[in-house]
Design a protein around this ligand. Structure first.
Ligand SMILES: NC(=O)c1ccc[n+]([C@@H]2O[C@H](COP(=O)([O-])OP(=O)(O)OC[C@H]3O[C@@H](n4cnc5c(N)ncnc54)[C@H](O)[C@@H]3O)[C@@H](O)[C@H]2O)c1
Ligand SMILES: [Zn+2]
Length: 687
């Protein structure tokens, strides 16, 4: 959070007097307890970890300044939360503790100094391990067989989740190799790999289920299901990082990890032995660079004193060992205030809502804007202007508003609505049912889309204006010479020659090309207009069906639906395009400039099916578009619905109502095999 923020958790708010401190400490404890409950019991935190860590540190600072304010049960002294009912309790043989946290390099150096002093040595070796962002688990093995699995709980007592843990494939039910202690406890982290996490959420979005907040809470929540069949469906994995036994364990942490590997446990491959603070910090930096490539979330690095005897010498403080330290990465999630939602128009006309934020330091940079994706996402997350929101910036990914902090909403702000007109050009905004993205329909006139639309217009499959490339288009638009494609036809030699880096010869060539493009095939011109979802094939179909721009422009949705392969989405895009006044102006301007589209020609060659009208229905053994092309190349007209004018219905498998209608009208019906025979008769290859 920015230092000038007015949120009460700012750490620099020194407590002036003891009374203030006492009040603030009580406030902090209440708030932290609330977060603990949401995080450890519900597996559904509302604030990001960074915010929680700040609150905890503020409380630690107060307790350090006024030691008599520190209560026995203060959250600064406790680990996690007591086990929840619904599970048997498991008393840990040795407490499962937390880790001391470091947010700065200096804190790593201070830790190292304490270790050197504690052990009375000059150098110290550490094992450096990725700090997995998952959930700690304790696994008991009796004579090599898994007999019990428990969560950390409050550190002393955990929850018996044995049945659930048995469904995690990475955890051996029976130890391998040899030399394992007969009575062995293995500790490690159960986590959800990112891929599985994203796949799970993608499915939840489609099926309308509940999404998981982050991989760590996903892992914890999965493990604490009361029905282990639900756990089995979650993609969980495991890394071991510690072992507890009375005898029979190697003397150093590194060797313990190697032994665990030999006994069949996955051990993180990034684990290294390092020396002194310098070695720790190098490792931290290197792993930080790799963080984005890992298949799982890590939130930092753990340094552990290598020798087990040395660990014992150093011992523990209330909630963490003195021989270990977690150096945390910069937070990828932060909390800040949503000041406004602005709408940007992209090069393709997509309207993107963008969050204007109170500046916040997250993922290593200061973020002032974040994407909100689209209106559906805003609705799903119920984001409203003025809310406190969690902003996420992972690696180089564009920052996004991940979620709202609901308990901090003030009043009852209005839900956000998209404008009905494009904020850039004023054209109508279209939102097709079932599509997430809303778009400006003024593709041909909208300044936000200008360069893109001209480039598309001139491209090879459209009007194929050679020499009119991206650079020249940039120059033309920036010089104000071209605001829509119709302006291309008003360009003069002087205009072009006046531009930088264009000689007279190439200017002439471009003008010749533009002149030549004045009599395009109708289908190409339609494609060139850049109507959404109208690709080359659809443009050709539209051209064949309607024969002229005027007829197409006058077509209603129902007329459009008659065209083969045109469904409701395309029909609605085409309709909206021609409804938009700005677009009609450009079409008029094109006409005035002398652009005359050519009606589609009859295909060349033999036309044995000329004059026949065909309808395709059911599942064919080739893609429908191909069947249609083949028929058209033989001269047939292919339409979408069966009527008395239909000559032949080609009915594939599971043909439904169209087939019935053809039967009732007495229209000839042929099947896939007959169709292939017919193609073969005309020398066409059906494969
Ligand atoms: N957002 C919230 O509301 C909220 C609430 C409570 C706690 N938290 C977060 O939870 C964390 C505190 O929880 P904590 O007490 O578990 O401390 P911690 O997560 O900082 O460190 C201890 C834990 O690290 C894990 N760990 C991962 N890799 C390890 C390795 N190689 N070796 C040893 N341990 C490893 C273990 O599970 C261990 O229990 C903080 O990050 C805090 O921000 C957040
Ligand atoms: Zn626009």
């Amino acid at each position: 959070m920015s230092p000038d923020s007015d949120h009460p958790s700012g750490r620099n708010r020194a407590s002036e007097s003891r009374d203030d401190a006492e009040r603030r400490a009580a406030e902090l404890r209440r708030e932290i307890e609330g977060h603990n409950y949401r995080y450890y019991v519900l597996d559904e935190p509302s604030v990001p970890d960074a915010e929680y860590d700040r609150l905890l540190r503020e409380l630690e600072d107060i307790e350090a300044a006024f030691p008599d304010l520190a209560t026995e049960d203060s959250p600064t002294r406790r680990v996690g939360a007591p086990p929840s009912s619904g599970f048997e309790e498991v008393r840990h043989r040795r407490p499962m503790l937390s880790l001391a946290n470091a947010f700065e390099d200096e804190e790593v150096e201070a830790f190292h100094d304490r270790v050197l002093r504690g052990l009375e040595v000059e150098h110290a070796d550490y094992v450096a391990e990725p700090k997995l962002d998952g959930v700690a688990i304790s696994l008991r093995y009796d004579a090599g067989r898994l007999v019990q699995a428990a969560t950390r709980g409050d550190g002393l007592t955990g929850e018996d989740v044995t049945d659930n843990v048995r469904t995690v494939r990475a955890i051996p039910l029976q130890l391998r190799g040899k030399g394992w202690p007969g009575d062995l406890e293995v500790r490690g982290e159960i986590y959800m790999p990112l891929e599985g996490f994203e796949a799970y959420n993608a499915r939840a979005r489609v099926e309308g289920g509940k999404e998981l907040i982050n991989p760590r809470n996903a892992a914890a929540g999965s493990l604490r299901q009361l029905d282990s069949r639900l756990t089995a469906r979650r993609p969980l994995a495991f890394f071991a990082y510690a072992a507890v036994a009375d005898t029979g364990l190697p003397e150093s942490q590194f060797e313990v990890l190697e032994a665990l590997r030999g006994w069949g446990f996955p051990v993180n491959p990034e684990v290294r032995r390092v020396r002194d603070a310098g070695g720790c910090l190098d490792y931290f930096r290197d792993l930080g660079e790799k963080r984005g490539e890992l298949a799982y979330d890590i939130d930092g690095v753990v340094f552990k004193v290598e020798g087990r005897r040395d660990q014992e010498t150093l011992g523990f403080v209330s909630r963490a060992p003195r021989w270990a330290l977690a150096r945390k990465f910069p937070a990828q999630e932060e909390i800040t205030r949503l000041l406004a939602i602005e709408v940007q128009v992209g090069r393709t006309g997509a309207l993107t809502p963008v969050a204007r934020l109170e500046p916040v330091f997250v993922g290593g940079v200061t973020v002032t804007n974040a994407t909100l994706h689209n209106l559906d996402e805003i609705r799903r997350k119920d984001v409203r202007v003025g809310d406190w929101v969690v902003v996420r910036r992972a690696g180089d990914v564009i920052p996004e508003v991940a979620r709202v902090v609901p308990e901090r909403r003030e009043g009852d702000p209005e839900p956000f609505e998209l404008p009905s007109e494009c904020p850039v050009c004023g054209s109508a905004v279209e939102r097709v049912e079932g599509e997430a993205v809303a778009r400006c329909t003024g593709g041909l006139v909208c300044p936000a889309q200008r360069k893109q639309s001209i480039m598309h217009f001139a491209s090879r499959k459209a009007l194929d204006i050679e020499g009119l490339g991206e650079k020249l288009i940039d120059q033309l638009v920036e010089a104000g010479l071209v605001t829509s494609v119709a302006d291309l036809y008003r360009l003069r030699l002087d205009d072009l020659v006046a531009l930088e880096r264009i000689g007279e010869k190439s200017a002439r060539n471009v003008l010749d090309e533009i002149e030549r493009s004045k009599s395009p095939e109708l289908g190409r011109l339609l494609f060139a207009l850049g109507i959404r979802e109208v690709g080359e094939v659809t443009a050709q179909s539209l051209a064949r069906q309607f024969g002229s721009m005027e007829r197409l422009a006058a077509a209603g949705i129902d007329d459009l639906l008659e065209v083969p392969d045109v469904g409701p989405v395309v029909a609605s895009h085409v309709h909206a395009f021609f409804q938009e006044e700005h677009n009609r102006d450009v079409l008029t301007a094109l006409k005035e400039a002398g652009v005359e589209p050519q009606a589609p020609e009859a295909p060349e060659g033999e036309q044995p099916l000329a004059g026949q009208t065909w309808v395709l229905t059911g599942t064919l053994s080739m893609p429908r578009a191909r069947a249609r092309n083949l028929l058209e190349s033989l001269g047939a007209r292919v339409t979408g619905s069966v009527s008395k004018k239909t000559d032949v219905v080609l009915a594939g498998e599971e043909a439904g109502s169209k087939r019935e209608k053809a039967e009732s009208l007495g229209v000839r019906i042929i099947d896939d095999d007959e169709f292939r025979g017919l193609l073969a008769d005309h020398g066409l290859d059906s494969d």
